[in-house]
Design a protein around this ligand. Sequence first.
Ligand code: GLU
Length: 485
Amino acid sequence: MSNKVITRYAPSPTGLPHLGTTMYALLNYIYARQNNGEVIMRSEDTDPIRSKPEFEEAIKEGLAWVGIKFDKFVRQSERKDIYKKYIAKMVEEKTAYISREKNEEGIERDLVRFKNPNKIITFHDMARGDISVDTTDLEDFIIARDINSPLYHLTVVVDDFEMGITHIIRGEDGLANTPRQILIQEAIGAPRPIYAHYPFVLMSNKKKMGKRNGAVSLQDYRAQGYLPEAIINFTMLLAWHPKDDRELFLLEDLIKEFQLERIGKSGAILGDDKLNWFNKEYIKKLSESEFLKKAKSYINPDTKIIKKLSESEFDKLILQFRERINKFNDLNNLILGSANTTDSSFFSTTTEHLKTTPDSSIIQEKTIIVSGPNDYLLKDKDPIINDIKILIPKDVRKEDVVIYLKNIKDLIEKNDWGKIIEKNDENNLWMYASKEGRGKVLWPLRVALSGELKSSDPFEIMKLIDKDSSLRRIEKGIEKLIHLH
Ligand code: GLU
């Protein structure tokens, strides 16, 4: 026997891949790669009702997107003959037996039960040490509904044996299954693999991550504009604590540095803030052209505003947002406005989106956004400002804001427009803001122009909407502020 490491990622294709599935695949992938081994994806699709080929496809596709590729792919539903052979052999060797039993409806049928030797089993887990279990409590458990319908424990053990799996790295729910699986291994003469059970990824509501608990799918993360590097990095740090304080790890770094022995015992809790932080870090690392290319793939070129811009105006508009977005889809809010809402997920599910229809097939949906709720970059569409108070920065008096806006209006009227829109020492408006305090002066200007808490830079807005529209919006702001009590 060679001692090549062979791991497996064995999902049941009953839902879209989320960060929990990513963790399962990632740990097996990394461990195999760092040991020059092999990683097999095994679709455990024997449940005909819950398993769907579309989910299997979505799992493969989502994982490929984050960079996880498998050396082999097998499907349990195509291996029925192999399981049948093992069941027959076990019955023949009396490690299993056929038992005629009535089901709940009183109908008699043949079940295949495992002949439990009722003994103490001790196994070693890389994350948890030695674990001993008295198998007597497990009784003669069922391994197949009939000779053609094997159940989970049997198929897993047969497959792990046939595929030469050396390491079983799986979630802690697998711990409870391990004693039964070891008993079957011993019955069929299979060697015992090395076990490592990692803790669950918990959602912020402390629930186990899963589709039913509202886990976000990888396809959804992509649609929102997360980078695969951020997803990988974040997922891995939920399972593993590196020795130093380093936080940024690409997949190739993880293959070098990850130590399976260091996976924790208790589950990490997901925090979106941290994922956003990772995403920002990886967005920063993109070159300007990579950033623009990616960013543009999230913005509909048919949007009214975008159609009015030249390529270079478009580039300029997006580049100023680079440091400010958490994820690419935030650009849509910034460009199209979000009508005074602070909800940055306003558009997040509308661009691309996997949906399960009533007949359970998955469709890829693309909603086309051609105009936003507040197209403030269009010169003839003045923003609707429902709450004029948003023009007033924190700790600034309304009366002062009115003065700032009046002075700005004056400066725009008296100076050359070409100079007003450039941020430099020749711009009297820029110099005025610098003197008074840029935050205090430019916030009201920006919000008067955009109607948005988050938006484009005021000078970029002025460039696009021109002098007359800029003045009109500032005047409206002044007017409304004066009437505010
Ligand atoms: N197919 C099982 C699941 O998705 C995991 C099997 C295993 O890792 O042993 O929960």
